[in-house]
Write a protein that binds this ligand. Structure first.
Ligand SMILES: [Zn+2]
Length: 54
């Protein structure tokens, strides 16, 4: 699965969000089910943000 900017299609967004996404998933794995749901929801929202280059 590739992540790209919804506005311009740049794959630059991957490097911007990857660190946060990984840390969120790791925290969710160590946390409760409700924490996992919140982390996944937050990660999904972040992947939809523009890359900042457009
Ligand atoms: Zn963009």
């Amino acid at each position: 699965m590739s992540i790209h900017c919804p506005s311009c299609g740049s794959h630059q967004v991957v490097s911007r969000n990857y660190g946060r996404k990984v840390s969120g998933v790791t925290g969710a794995a160590a946390g409760s089910a409700s924490g996992a749901a919140g982390a996944l929801s937050g990660a999904a929202q972040r992947t939809r943000q523009p890359c900042g280059l457009c």
